[in-house]
Design a protein around this ligand. Structure first.
Ligand code: FMN
Length: 312
């Protein structure tokens, strides 16, 4: 059986519209949602229904929760477990300073006991697969990482995704994929690897290495067809084959209007095109133009005009 491919959780990006677009091209095996704030979810804000839309394939959608308070995370996980989805993932890897300062995201990696307590409390509350996504830790210390993950496993975590960079590295240096294989040897549960996939070819190459799944983030926004391309090995036949870019961008804008609230449309379109424009010769110029627009119609006009002027 082939190694599964996952879409990474990305705030403001990994929502239904992107999943629909990826499905158009053939899909991937699991879609991690953008992080959902446990506190906001429980407070029942006006936008929460959009965060918990697990379509178009709920059976392949994993909701990712973020938070710092064990009681709140337990309540949110128990509630989310009632929605149709493939599992619930705990964010222990987000390195944004504000998130960490609040005790959420990668801050969980500072204490094995605190993280262990969280998992031991959540585990009996949910029926779905419980997973954790994390980084290497505060230091480049594999022994600590292994100990941390063994504790998560003992408490009932069923899948770990490792983005093998330290908390403070952000996207500096290359992801240390050798840690994915090393962690896999330490655990009985599956370990997915994540970091720096930049083509269908690199997805296939990583899948051939020691890991139980490969997760792609930024490259899947730039190339929503990457998973299908990797599965079909099409890149070896025709490395430059890519779907029509103008049409794909327009399709994404249409999906956004269907599956996101009015208030999110412009910011989320900008997030998407921030990566998708990297397919284009004058992508940086176009990104700047898009970022100046204040309406979705404005973004669409700029997008269409670019193709008339440059690629037609
Ligand atoms: C814009 C953006 C938003 C992200 N949001 C999240 C998030 O909500 N939860 C999470 O666990 N990781 C988040 N990440 C990290 C990604 O899931 C992934 O670990 C990282 O981008 C490395 O993978 P890549 O090289 O394939 O992009 C985010 C990354 C980006 C670029």
């Amino acid at each position: 059986m082939s190694v599964p491919f996952y879409l990474a959780p990305m705030a403001e990006i990994s929502h239904r519209a992107l999943r629909e677009l990826i499905e158009d091209f053939g899909g991937c095996d699991l879609y991690f949602s953008e992080m959902i704030s446990a506190a906001a979810f429980l407070a029942g804000g006006p936008f929460e229904k959009w965060y918990i839309d697990s379509g178009p394939k709920p059976e392949k959608c994993v909701f990712q929760l973020i938070g710092s308070d064990i009681d709140i995370l337990c309540k949110a996980a128990a509630l989310l477990d009632k929605y149709e989805c493939a599992g619930i993932d705990m964010n222990m890897g987000c390195s944004a300073p504000l998130i960490r300062k609040s005790g959420a995201g990668a801050a969980w990696m500072a204490s094995i006991d605190r993280a262990g307590e969280l998992i031991s409390r959540i585990r009996p509350l949910i029926k779905r697969r419980l997973s954790v996504k994390l980084r290497t830790g505060y230091k480049d210390d594999f022994e600590y990482l292994a100990q941390f993950c063994r504790r998560l496993e003992d408490e009932g975590v069923e899948l770990i995704t490792l983005h093998p960079r330290t908390v403070t590295e952000k996207f500096k240096r290359l992801a240390r994929w050798e840690y994915v294989g090393a962690l896999r040897r330490e655990l009985k549960i599956p370990v997915a690897g994540n970091g720096d996939i930049d083509s269908a070819e690199s997805l296939v190459r990583r899948a051939a290495g020691p890991c139980d799944a490969v997760m792609a983030g930024r490259a899947a926004v730039k190339m929503p067809w990457i998973f299908a391309q990797a599965r079909s090995n099409a890149f070896t036949v025709c490395p430059h084959a890519q779907p029509p870019l103008e049409k794909t961008g327009l399709r994404f804008l249409d999906l956004l209007t269907r599956y996101q609230p009015e208030e999110f449309l412009v910011s989320r379109a900008k997030r998407f095109f921030g990566f998708f424009c990297d397919n284009l010769k004058w992508g940086t110029y176009l990104k700047n133009q898009i970022n100046r627009e204040e309406t979705l119609a404005g973004i669409e006009n700029v997008w269409v005009a670019y193709f008339k002027e440059n690629e037609g």
